[in-house]
Design a protein around this ligand. Structure first.
Ligand code: SAM
Length: 204
């Protein structure tokens, strides 16, 4: 895992606008957050990276945030990008490892763009979904946006495991109902299309 931390730390040494997943306008996540959360919602941005979404949320009044990432470099830069956000809101963690039970039922919303698809081992995915399910409150929502089945096979030099709505549902289980699904093609800084599968679910 140390290797992966180094991999991501190195990736974040590049200028923000050159990152292969950089979005000047973080759509459709921004619209989905506004539709499925409110300003009191406790929101976990899973694998936040240096997303502009963090700034948009904060300046709009979404102040109940947890900003997690595996990469200490990403989190340091995210703090510098957003000096107004308390440092306690940033958390270095590995989403593919099981969390402590103290994180149970904390969040109204879990949002993950382009992180889950890096978990290529089944055990990592099961741990991730266990963390997600346990840490969401009842009626909590999850927004997942990962590379689609017909999309790119790699990102940032790493293999990815692609998704569609059915696969999200299979991992989430019957306690989660689908609220919306949204295919979305993101164009990376080189202009290459990157089809994503976005979906929103609600926990019962
Ligand atoms: C492609 S970037 C996406 C960042 C951000 N979500 C965005 O949309 O700009 C993937 C992010 O996932 C983080 N990451 C990769 N594996 C992770 C893991 N196992 N646990 C937590 N974060 C991870 C990386 O450090 C990186 O910030």
């Amino acid at each position: 895992m140390e290797n992966l931390v180094s991999h991501w730390n190195k990736a974040f040494e590049a200028p923000l606008e050159s990152l292969g997943w950089y979005e000047a306008d973080p759509q459709p996540a921004w619209d989905l957050v506004q539709n499925y959360a409110d300003k009191q919602s406790s929101i976990h941005l899973a694998g936040a990276g240096r997303s502009i979404l963090v700034h948009k949320l904060w300046e709009t009044g979404f102040h109940n945030l947890l900003l997690s990432d595996l990469s200490s470099k990403a989190l340091d830069l995210l703090k510098k990008d957003n000096p107004e956000i308390p440092t306690a809101f940033f958390w270095q963690t590995d989403l593919s490892r099981l969390w402590e039970a103290q994180d149970a039922e904390k969040f109204d919303l879990w949002l993950d763009r382009a992180v889950l698809h890096f978990l290529i081992k089944e055990e990592q995915r099961l741990n991730y979904f266990s963390n997600l399910k346990n840490s969401l409150k009842p009626q909590g929502r999850v927004i997942l946006g990962q590379f689609a089945l017909d999309g790119a096979k790699k990102c940032c030099g790493l293999d990815i495991y692609p998704y569609d709505t059915e696969l999200y549902q299979a991992y989430l289980g019957s306690d989660f109902k689908l609220l919306e699904e949204l295919p979305y093609t993101y164009f990376n800084p080189k202009g290459d299309p990157r089809p994503y599968a976005y979906a929103v679910f609600e926990k019962s």
